[in-house]
Design a protein around this ligand. Structure first.
Ligand code: HEM
Length: 502
């Protein structure tokens, strides 16, 4: 009996491995039939190329860079024995993919978000995505953005007070403070409720977002079969993180429902001129219908979770890297400061930016663009091919996964001379170049819905920071350890030093 059991225990896994190898060989043959001219590293029959990614997350970009050096701007890696990903850095192919109205579905990797974000706007597909996108677009229309300036100014004042607590320190990590600030902004601006994250120091939500991003990154790059996930520690970590995240968003929704009950709806929905007012994001979710049916509590929560995450973590990454870049590039900081003085006059710390002021901040806009070139908050994103298409003698087959990596494309010397130099003026000389070489907000029908909101928030915040503080490099200098944990982060923190302006 024991002998039989031993044979079964050995034979079954062996058979599975043999089958995987056979299927993998067929899959590779099929891929090379379609993708004739597409190079790539040789895959392992069980793990594909994933063993190369068994390194700390801040070394992922090194692996990708070494592939680019060997295989060029379009190459294929195997993210499992039976699955492959085409890495695209070529601007023309990026243009083809992102401008397509057909290639708008995300890859299966986005399913790792489902326990947390459900199938909200970021992860949904097909008609659900189309209807939700149509419904939510007015909440970020430029005509409503003016309403958010007061939030940026008010919450920004608290942020300045939090920064003041660190003035004259030789070195401190700005990222945790900026994360709490941007969480307060998105909650007040989009959800219409205040969570006072900065003053309460309540970072449980922010900590859980970090935990989830690290877990999803692990799962994305893991060579282990996803069916083994419930046996891992991450499975239990994810459960407790999701509990914290959902209880936070539930509280925000409940508070808003309570507020709506207590206010005069007629006044809420009309402008001073009596015309219909555009509703803020959460009001829109609570009051709108799709095909005549109101959204369920679950529908609402998945969108609140999605926008709360996308709306705060992306901007906190961008603002932190912009502050770091200003601290480490005094010429750029001086020029950006002079622009602020020109707009607001000499003693300008207390001034509150208006829309007209923000529009005048042309140099600051270049600084933000250059920050997002070197440090795109979303360092990569993917698409799935929905029907075969031809590209340079290859056929990209239906179902093929595509990965676009703005982080690598935007640091490529072919597109940007001296790519690692922080030089905002480079954007003054880009006339005639393909706009798809620069896609920090993605592009086309599935681009970032919050792009204009994000630009205003970043401008308003950096304007305040520049007028209040001199930003200096940390002492001792702290090297960034950049890692794509869904959002671009620095594993060594983002350290600078601050001196209050007189
Ligand atoms: C610096 C700030 C930001 C950057 C760099 C950024 C970047 C991006 C990128 C690259 C995508 C495409 C992701 C993909 O295809 O998987 C995206 C999508 C999205 N972003 Fe942003 N984002 C920023 C700020 C925001 C803000 C402030 C909000 C909300 C207020 C937001 C909400 C979203 C949503 C909901 C999507 C999914 C859109 C869809 O699939 O239709 N983002 N963002």
């Amino acid at each position: 009996m024991t002998g039989l059991l031993t044979i079964v225990f050995c034979a079954v896994p062996l058979l599975v491995i043999i089958l995987i190898i056979v299927f993998h060989k067929n899959f590779v043959k099929r891929q090379s039939k379609y993708l004739k001219n597409v190079p790539g590293p040789k895959p392992n029959p069980i793990f594909g190329n994933m063993l190369d990614f068994a390194v700390p997350s801040h070394q992922f970009f090194n692996v990708i860079e070494s592939y680019i050096n060997q295989h060029g701007m379009i190459y294929q890696i195997y993210d499992g024995p039976l699955s492959s990903m085409l890495i695209i850095l070529d601007e023309k192919l990026i243009e083809y993919v992102l401008s397509s109205t057909k290639i708008i579905e995300k890859t299966d990797q986005y399913k790792y978000f489902h326990n947390w974000l459900g199938t909200g706007l970021l992860t949904s597909k097909g008609s659900k995505w189309k209807k939700r996108r149509r419904m939510l677009t007015p909440a970020f229309h430029f005509s409503i953005l003016d309403n958010f300036l007061d939030v940026f100014n008010r919450v920004g004042d608290i942020f300045m007070k939090q920064l003041e607590k660190h003035e004259d320190e030789d070195s401190f990590d700005i990222y945790p403070l900026v994360s709490l600030y941007t969480l307060d902004v998105i909650c007040e601006a989009a959800m219409g409720t205040s969570v006072n994250a900065q003053t309460d120091g309540n970072s449980k939500y922010v900590q859980s977002v970090k935990k989830m991003c690290a877990i999803i990154t692990d799962r994305n790059f893991s060579p282990l079969d996803t069916r083994l996930y419930p046996l891992t520690l991450n499975f239990y970590r994810e459960r407790s993180a999701v509990k914290v995240l959902h209880s936070h968003t539930d509280a925000v929704i409940d508070r808003k429902i309570e507020q709506l009950k207590n206010c005069d709806e007629k006044n809420e929905e009309l402008n001073d001129s009596g015309t219909k007012k555009r509703m803020a994001f959460l009001d829109l979710l609570l009051k709108s219908t799709i095909d005549g049916i109101p959204l369920t509590r679950e529908d609402i929560r998945e969108e609140v979770d999605t926008f709360m995450f996308e709306g705060h973590d992306t901007t906190s990454s961008a603002i932190s890297f912009a502050m770091y870049s200003l601290a480490n590039n005094q010429r750029v900081q001086q020029k950006a400061l002079e622009e602020q003085i020109e707009i607001f006059g000499g003693n300008n710390k207390e001034a509150r930016s208006t829309t007209a002021d923000l529009q005048k901040m042309k140099y600051l806009e270049l600084v933000i663009k250059e920050t997002l070139r070197l440090y795109p908050s979303v360092p990569f994103f993917s698409r799935k091919v929905n029907e075969d298409f031809e590209w340079e003698n290859s056929t990209f087959p239906k179902g093929q996964n595509l990965l676009i990596i703005p982080y690598m494309a935007q640091r490529n010397a072919k597109y940007y001379p001296k790519p690692l130099e922080f030089n905002p003026e480079r954007f003054l000389e880009i006339d005639g170049t393909n706009p798809y070489r620069y896609v920090p907000f993605s592009a086309g029908p599935r681009n970032c819905i919050g792009q204009k909101f994000a630009m205003l928030e970043m401008k308003s915040t950096l304007s305040k920071v520049l007028r209040s503080f001199e930003l200096l490099p940390s002492n001792p200098h702290q090297e960034l350890k950049l890692a794509p944990e869904i959002i671009l982060v620095s594993k060594s923190g983002i350290h600078i030093s601050l001196k209050k302006r007189k």
